[in-house]
Ligand binder design. Sequence first.
Ligand SMILES: Cc1cc2nc3c(=O)[nH]c(=O)nc-3n(C[C@H](O)[C@H](O)[C@H](O)COP(=O)(O)OP(=O)(O)OC[C@H]3O[C@@H](n4cnc5c(N)ncnc54)[C@H](O)[C@@H]3O)c2cc1C
Length: 432
Amino acid sequence: MASKNIFAPDYQNIPYWWEAAPLEKLAPTSLARSADVAIIGSGYTGLHAALQTARAGRSTLVFEKELAGYGCSSRNGGQVGTSFKPILAGLEKKFGRTAAINMIQEGHRALAYLKEFIHAESLDCDWHECGRFVGAHSKKAFDKDIRNRENSPSEVAEEFHVVSRSEVHTEIDSDLFRGGVILPAHGSIHPGKYHRELLKRVRQSGAVVVDQCPVQRLERTSKGFRLHTEHGTVDAKDVILATNGYTQEQFDWHQKRVLPIGSFQIATEVLPENVISKLIPNARVVNDTRLVGNYLRLSPDHKRLLIGGRVTFSESSSTQGSQLLHRQMSTIFPQLSETLTSYSWVGFIAYTIDSTPHIGVHDNLYYSMGFCGSGITLSSYFGMRIGQKLLGTSEGATALDHLKFKAWPSFVRSSWFFTPAARMIRIAEKIL
Ligand SMILES: Cc1cc2nc3c(=O)[nH]c(=O)nc-3n(C[C@H](O)[C@H](O)[C@H](O)COP(=O)(O)OP(=O)(O)OC[C@H]3O[C@@H](n4cnc5c(N)ncnc54)[C@H](O)[C@@H]3O)c2cc1C
């Protein structure tokens, strides 16, 4: 059976965010022969690190393989939260109670850091502290979520408000949910504008960002590193790897530790005012408690619905992924089953075997990566921290410093295993 047309006449296979914040080619610069610090990757991680090192007076060069912001940092859902994936019980089982509490607190600090950063730097990025609605897909999930939150120790407790089943329509115009919770401290951002503003601050700080200049090889030298690119070599005393789900084979120690998983999103056509105003009446960011859940929100101008999700290896293009997302959107909102799609896109998130990010130094190479699809706050915060670590300041210490960064077994990385691997990750999270 032929699949129905879900694409609007103006459909584009690019992130919706690139409309207001297109990726821009930076003015060409002649490549310096040396720098104090070289950073590989120009997403939130690399740029927050660069801001630290450049503002501390270290000459800083950021290398980007494509255009600046090409990776997840201009493709995400713009849903901002405390971000640690496993809940306390899961972290506790793996790392012990004290470490688990410290890790979750680090997530809270990350959110506070991001809010303060946006405010202090006056970033024009459509930030709204709109709160998050977490919809429960079953009564059992609803009860469990509330129980977990009520039993949270005070050190990690997060403010929440219960939404009963009869109140669900005050949050979302869907019959799918059996209740939910509101997390008022969470918010929404325009990821592309946030990246653009961050890039501006980094360049103003004196750091040089070189786009379309992949680092092809790192050579150890007596004074640090020599970075090989097609435009020449650069010597740097210190290097930070900030490539997350886009980590390539020349960084094989790291590549073995972050599994790239395609994450898809679509944005609808502009919806009639009487439809969009009811969909998510309080314009919160929304996600749900299902094993393979969706996340949704309105566009910053409140004209379109954006929906993402479905961590998968089997769809190889965003056009394929959008068919699936459209069906999921129609399940949540049957009133949108004839709605057309104007944008669809995919990005590669980085999954670690313990579902937590990792930050540290391996073989003299600094890194921060593995945000498991929930990294706006965490990549910003740990990017900042890895910059501080490199500077040798005590603020660079984090609750993740002593975690062992384990490699994925090689069979997980092989393509035949991809779909089961994706499932395994989600199941592991559920068990946690
Ligand atoms: C579809 C999608 C939706 C998401 N939604 C959310 C959300 O709602 N909330 C949330 O918190 N998180 C979300 N995330 C995750 C979040 O976007 C990421 O965790 C975060 O942006 C990671 O930033 P980063 O700087 O570490 O990596 P990236 O932004 O991916 O940057 C890595 C960069 O490294 C570059 N690079 C790779 N190799 C080289 C090389 N050899 N030389 C030079 N450059 C190189 C790449 O080109 C890339 O630009 C989402 C991700 C995706 C894909």
